[in-house]
Ligand binder design. Structure first.
Ligand code: DGL
Length: 293
């Protein structure tokens, strides 16, 4: 393939994927992008796999029509459930956030004790575990549930010499959107959610949800300075760069890159919260209709 000036498509259930877009801007500042946040149907994290796949296919159809050269699923939940189906159906490269995060976790861990946090859907799907095992050619050997109440519940998943602890932290999404990332409520919530995982002494923790990088400081404060946090957003942007270079698909023209945004609900809230996530202005935003509920 020759050089390619078409935009990169980035898809998320809403605002959170802007953490991935922000890293793409940093790592690939010359590339044009089209971002779609399915704000009318967010959250995906508490929906069934079938629904998430259906939504993702509708979003992909819209973005492919915009002439994108590569499709980034910035949403962890959509990556967990729809990556395979999207790879099968689209004729362009499709990248999810799970594999890059899984790879980085394997590289980072010394003690082979890894924590993974995400939405209920991502945790239920075991997709980070499957990705970590697939890279290492291993299988799940045992799953144990810990904790009594749902707030305390976390899972211990063993395969060979690796032990992985997973925990759904759904309230982190609301905290991040509210901008409560450094106050007492955020700290208390993080302490509650991470209590079990911390006790297990992982040396690496994967932030398996678009919103969690915004809460990095609080999460690190709770887990302690020795726990390495893996930001899937950064790892995914690096992978996108690698794929563009390998396929000779980088933008070549000197024209200023375009940054387009689409949402499925009214843009006001997206712009307000999104500019904080993105750390820059959002212009060129449009509301679109892509499907039912
Ligand atoms: N984007 C979702 C994820 O990364 C979080 C928000 C949602 O539940 O839709 O899993």
């Amino acid at each position: 393939m020759s050089h390619n000036n078409r935009p990169i498509g980035v898809f998320d259930s809403g605002i959170g994927g802007l953490t991935v877009l922000r890293e793409l801007f940093r790592i690939l500042p010359e590339e044009s992008t089209v971002y779609l946040g399915d704000t009318a149907r967010v959250p995906y994290g508490s929906k069934s796999g079938d629904t998430v796949v259906r939504y993702s296919l509708e979003v992909a159809e819209f973005l492919v029509k915009q002439g994108i050269k590569l499709f980034v699923i910035a949403c962890n939940t959509a990556s967990a459930y729809a990556l395979q189906e999207l790879k099968k159906r689209l004729k362009i490269p499709v990248i999810g956030v799970i594999e890059p995060g899984a790879k980085a976790a394997i590289e980072a861990t010394r003690t082979k004790r890894i924590g993974i946090i995400g939405t209920e859907g991502t945790i239920k799907s075991n997709s980070y575990i499957n990705a970590i095992n697939a890279i290492r050619d291993r299988k799940i050997e045992g799953i144990m549930e810990h904790g009594e109440k749902s707030l305390d519940r976390y899972f211990e998943i063993r395969s060979d010499d690796f032990v992985i602890f997973t925990k759904a932290c759904p309230l982190f999404v609301s905290l991040a959107e509210e901008g409560w990332t450094a106050n007492d409520v955020a700290l208390l919530t993080a302490r509650y959610y991470l209590k079990g995982l911390k006790k297990e002494n992982p040396d690496t923790l994967v932030l398996g949800c678009t919103h969690y990088p915004v809460l990095k400081n609080i999460i690190s404060k709770v887990m302690g300075p020795d726990v390495r946090l893996i930001d899937s957003a950064i790892e995914t942007a690096k992978m996108v760069k690698g794929i563009l270079e390998e396929g000779n698909m980088e933008k070549e023209s000197d024209e200023k890159p375009s940054r387009e945004f689409y949402v499925t609900d009214s843009p006001e809230r997206f712009v307000k919260v999104g500019e904080r996530f993105l750390e820059q202005k959002i212009e060129h935003i449009e509301k679109i209709d892509i499907g039912g509920n």
